[in-house]
Design a protein around this ligand. Sequence first.
Ligand SMILES: C[S@@+](CC[C@H](N)C(=O)[O-])C[C@H]1O[C@@H](n2cnc3c(N)ncnc32)[C@H](O)[C@@H]1O
Length: 176
Amino acid sequence: MRLRKLLELAKSTFRTRQTNPPEDWDDKSGWDRYFSAKLSAERIVSDPDMIVLRFLSLAHKKGGRIWFAGCGLDRYPKTYAEQGCKVLATDLSSVAVMHQQRLAEAFLRENKSAQVQGAFSAAEHDFTKSTPGGEFDVVINCRAFQGLSVNAMRAAAGHFYAALRPERPGATPEFD
Ligand SMILES: C[S@@+](CC[C@H](N)C(=O)[O-])C[C@H]1O[C@@H](n2cnc3c(N)ncnc32)[C@H](O)[C@@H]1O
């Protein structure tokens, strides 16, 4: 009896402090637990600027409206907004989206008096089900594809494509 209680306690502790991404990528509460654990342990690892900003010239060239699909706790959306882009960050996880909304508020505070042209909003959204609405010049999906099932990947790719505004006549599509 005591052993069973101990096991239950260990399981619930693991559930509340999940340190690995969920095995099933559709597990929304698994992602929430994962991101909550990262935030409470202050374990947010960021790519260096050189990596984060690698799509900036492409984004500006294409028109500057970016959808960051499956953004997690990434600092990409805020960084691109600070560089003048109009950014929407979306994720399945409410915890990730709340974090991005806090970053969006910080972006507004920090850039109120500066002449930054960028914009930044964040919303909960499942990219395998639909597009988030609006038209975008660039869709950036950073490490948020590889854990999906083949059908989910296919659906997501269709929505990423549909979210892109039609190319101007004569413009050439680019892939990175
Ligand atoms: C490995 S993490 C990557 C997060 C972030 N882009 C990064 O590079 O650190 C995968 C992300 O995809 C999100 N995700 C998984 N399935 C999703 C879906 N169907 N719709 C939207 N986001 C999804 C997860 O919530 C998680 O934030």
